[in-house]
Design a protein around this ligand. Structure first.
Ligand code: ZN
Ligand code: ZN
Length: 251
C-alpha cells in the first residue's frame, strides 16, 4: 500500500494533536464546515447545486445544527430548503392511504416496502455533509497510521489529548503491523491511566471528609472522560472552556 504523502494535511494533522479534543474529530469538523460553507455559497448562485440536495432533503440533524450556528448562511439555507419543501408539498398533495396488502405484509415482518406516498416523502440519498465527513475521517486516519513513525507526528500524538474511542476503533481496524499498533496504543493507554488516576482523585475529593481540598488538573476530568469516549459530540468539551465546546473548533 502506498503511503499518503506529507503535504498540507500531514501538517494539519500534526498541529491538531496539540489542540483540545480528538484531532480527527476536529479535522473532520473543519473539512465539513468548509464544505458546507462552499456549498451554501454555490447554492445561492447555481440551481443545479440545489437540485442535487433535494434527494437528501438537505442535511442530517448534526449538520443542520452546524448550519444553524453559522451566520451569513441564511440565504443559501432558505433557497435549498424552499426547493426541498416545494417537492415535499407536491408529494403530500398526492398522498394516498397505505394499501392493506402493504401494511399486512409489514405486520408479518415480510420486508414490505413503504407505500408510494411514504417513499416519495422520504429522502432517497444520505446527508451529503456526512459523506464528506466519512471520507475525511478515512483519509486522516490512513495518514495518521502511515506516518506514526515520523518523530514529529508521533511526539505530537503522544503529548496530545489523543483519539476519541470511535476514532481509536476506526484506526485499530486498519492497523496491520505490530510496530504501528504499539505507536498507536501505548500513548493512548497512558492517557487512560492518567485519566483513571484523575477520576480516582476527583471522586476522593467529593467525599465530605476531603471537601476542603482544592481541585487540581482533575477538576474537569468528568467532562474530559465523556469527551474521550463519545468523540465528536463532545469535541473540545472541557472545564477549561467553561464546560462548553472550545471556540477555536471551526478554525
Ligand atoms: Zn474523534
Ligand atoms: Zn450529516
Amino acid at each position: 500500500m502506498r503511503k499518503p504523502g506529507k503535504h498540507t494535511p500531514f501538517f494539519e494533522l500534526v498541529d491538531a494533536q496539540a489542540m483540545a479534543g480528538c484531532p480527527i474529530c476536529r479535522l473532520v469538523y473543519k473539512a465539513t464546515d468548509r464544505y458546507l460553507d462552499a456549498l451554501l455559497y454555490e447554492a445561492v448562485l447555481d440551481p443545479d447545486v440545489r437540485a442535487k440536495l433535494k434527494d437528501s432533503q438537505g442535511f442530517c440533524a448534526d449538520h443542520v445544527e452546524m448550519l444553524r450556528n453559522q451566520p451569513g448562511r441564511a440565504l443559501g439555507v432558505a433557497l435549498i430548503y424552499r426547493d426541498t419543501l416545494k417537492q415535499l408539498l407536491k408529494s403530500l398533495e398526492q398522498a394516498r392511504p397505505t394499501r392493506p396488502s402493504n401494511w399486512a405484509a409489514r405486520l408479518r415482518g415480510a420486508g414490505a416496502s413503504d407505500s408510494p406516498t411514504v417513499m416519495r416523502l422520504s429522502p432517497s440519498q444520505g446527508c451529503p455533509a456526512c459523506a464528506i465527513a466519512a471520507t475525511t475521517e478515512q483519509d486522516y486516519i490512513a495518514l495518521l497510521l502511515a506516518h506514526l513513525d515520523d518523530p514529529k507526528l508521533h511526539e505530537a500524538y503522544a503529548a496530545g489529548e489523543g483519539l476519541c474511542l470511535p476514532h481509536l476503533l476506526a484506526a485499530l481496524r486498519q492497523v496491520r503491523d505490530e510496530e504501528t499498533l504499539q505507536r498507536l496504543v501505548a500513548p493512548q493507554a497512558e492517557r487512560y491511566r492518567r485519566m483513571l488516576a484523575d477520576l480516582d482523585e476527583f471522586i476522593r475529593k467529593r467525599d465530605h471528609r476531603f471537601a476542603h481540598e482544592k481541585y487540581g488538573d482533575e477538576g474537569d476530568v468528568w467532562l474530559r472522560v465523556m469527551n474521550v469516549i463519545v468523540g465528536g459530540a463532545g469535541m473540545g468539551l472541557s472545564a477549561k472552556s467553561g464546560g462548553r465546546r472550545t471556540s477555536d473548533i471551526g478554525r
